[in-house]
Design a protein around this ligand. Structure first.
Ligand SMILES: [Zn+2]
Length: 131
């Protein structure tokens, strides 16, 4: 292997997010030390049957090509892949759904790869919190 990196970052493709997660990733994952995958719903793209194969192909490529050891998944507030915040009764219910799906995504990833999974939620004010 000619070059290895530590991290894969999986984010939602939402146009509101890159400014936040790119700055965050430079600080927390390191400069030029992560692969980036952007799929609608991030963790939901991993758990949904329709998009699961695509997500796993990306993860597999990162792990095999770059020896990625940590899969970082960022869920975000008001995610359109879920129908947005409006489909939930409030932030607690919305947050819990993201956490449940992040946990499910972690379980599925660990069944296939020997990696660490770190889970985060990005709030629309730009803050990214570890779950
Ligand atoms: Zn989203």
């Amino acid at each position: 292997m000619s070059h290895t990196i530590e991290n894969l970052l999986i984010v939602c493709m939402d146009f509101r997010l890159p400014k936040n997660h790119i700055d965050w990733a430079e600080k927390n994952l390191g400069n030029k030390n992560y692969d980036l995958v952007a799929l609608a719903g991030s963790q939901k793209a991993i758990t949904d049957e329709d998009t699961m194969a695509t997500s796993f192909k990306q993860i597999e490529t990162s792990v095999n090509l770059h020896g990625t050891k940590v899969i970082n998944i960022i869920a975000h507030e008001d995610c359109g892949a879920y129908g947005g915040s409006k489909v939930f009764s409030g932030w607690e219910e919305e947050r819990q759904k993201y956490i449940d799906d992040l946990n499910e995504a972690e379980k599925l990833i660990k069944e296939k790869f020997e990696v660490e999974v770190k889970k985060y939620i990005l709030l629309l004010d730009g803050k990214i919190k570890l779950v």
